[in-house]
Design a binder for this molecule. Structure first.
Ligand code: ATP
Length: 354
């Protein structure tokens, strides 16, 4: 278990990279840190690893205060973006390296390296050097090295980012299976929301050194707590539309909906709807956004449709073949929506009308 209390890091020069982080990661949990560039993900991981000293707050690992412990005494293994494997050592020596540091006898560490290598399908490569390996193989060596010393936790800093798209998907599935098998607490830094959704038991979305939302992938996807999280999560961004409440209805981009509970005439809110939770109607209806189909983008099995309404652009995803030609008048019907007051989630709704 890793718990962080009031964790703050101010770099010389005044950058507040971490700002009072409160977080408990459960034993065996796969936890993703997600957020835009510069939000503090790497600094947080490095602070857990002991590579950065916090300005304030504490790090506890398995109930023990680790705040002042050097990295080597924390029982965590970090895998970096560039793998940081030694170019002059072969695969066996790279995997066995942490055991050598721990003064494990040679025969024992070679045996352990071979065992871990087999698990990661590296047996045939044990005598090669990193320069003779593909990116995916190098990544597996870095993983094997982390696994060989049986740490209490793995800390991964974008370990998949150097792989091409296909390998990345393969490595992702592999990593998830491995983590399940080993049941080792894992903290995973990524700026790729799809990766975080796919891998994690829970995700923390960070911005400017703070945790904006912590939840399961389903929570984060279906109930983003702020407009920032809403716009960050999802492979096509959520539509966030200005809306006004009158005594009769909630008016959004030419559509009118019943006034949701807790809203009053005169309220200005933001209406969120994911592109995946809308469909097109060829005929007018009051609970749909009227517009003209202006752009069609092929997503393979689906098509991303951009609808130009008098006030704004609305994007929705329809099954391939269901898209009307550009220039057609159409009505986008929302099935699920989110209401934000200011930046904050007020309510989420399922529309039965379908
Ligand atoms: P990325 O996704 O781009 O790697 P990140 O979320 O991991 O970003 P960090 O690397 O943790 O972000 O950086 C957080 C903030 O702290 C940034 O504003 C960065 O410029 C700053 N920062 C990081 N390391 C240092 C340092 N050694 N000295 C001063 N500022 C730093």
């Amino acid at each position: 278990m890793i718990s962080l209390h009031g964790l703050t890091k101010v770099f010389p020069g005044g950058v507040r990279a971490l700002d009072g982080i409160e977080l408990t990661i459960a034993d065996g949990e796969f936890f993703a840190l997600l957020g835009p560039s510069g939000c503090g993900k790497t600094t947080l991981l490095r602070t857990i690893a002991g590579l950065e000293t916090p300005t304030a707050g504490s790090v506890r690992i398995d109930g023990r205060d680790a705040t002042a412990l050097p990295p080597g005494d924390r029982d965590v293994a970090m895998v970096f973006q560039d793998y940081a494997i030694f170019p002059h050592m072969d695969v066996t020596a790279n995997i066995a390296y942490p055991l050598r540091i721990k003064k494990v006898p040679r025969a024992q560490r070679t045996a352990k390296a071979a065992e871990v290598a087999a698990r990661l399908s590296l047996t045939a490569l044990l005598h090669r050097r990193p320069g003779e390996l593909s990116g995916g193989q190098q990544q597996r060596v870095a993983l094997a090295r982390a696994i060989a010393c049986h740490p209490a936790a793995f800390l991964f800093d974008e370990p998949l980012s150097n792989l091409d798209a296909r390998l990345r998907l393969e490595a992702r599935t592999f990593l998830k299976r491995l983590q399940r098998e080993l049941a080792v607490t894992t903290v995973f830094v990524t700026h790729d929301q799809a990766e975080a959704l796919a891998l994690a038991d829970r995700i923390a979305v960070m911005s400017q050194g703070r945790m904006i939302q912590i939840g399961t992938p389903a929570d984060i996807f279906h109930r983003p707590g702020t407009t920032f999280v809403a716009s960050f999560i999802g492979s096509t961004p959520m539509n966030l539309l200005p809306a006004d409440v009158t005594p009769a209805a909630l008016h959004v981009a030419g559509a009118a909906f019943p006034v949701p509970p807790g809203l009053a005439p005169g309220d200005h809110i933001t209406y969120g709807v994911r592109p995946e939770y809308m469909h097109l109607s060829p005929t007018p209806r009051p609970d749909a956004f009227p517009g003209t189909v202006s752009v069609l983008e092929n997503l393979g099995t689906h098509t991303l449709v951009t609808l130009e309404t008098p006030e704004t652009l609305i994007q929705l995803v329809v099954p391939e073949g269901d898209e009307p030609p550009t220039g057609t008048q159409a009505w986008a019907v929302p099935r699920r929506s989110l209401i934000y007051r200011g930046e904050t989630l007020h309510a989420s709704e399922n529309h039965q009308s379908g």
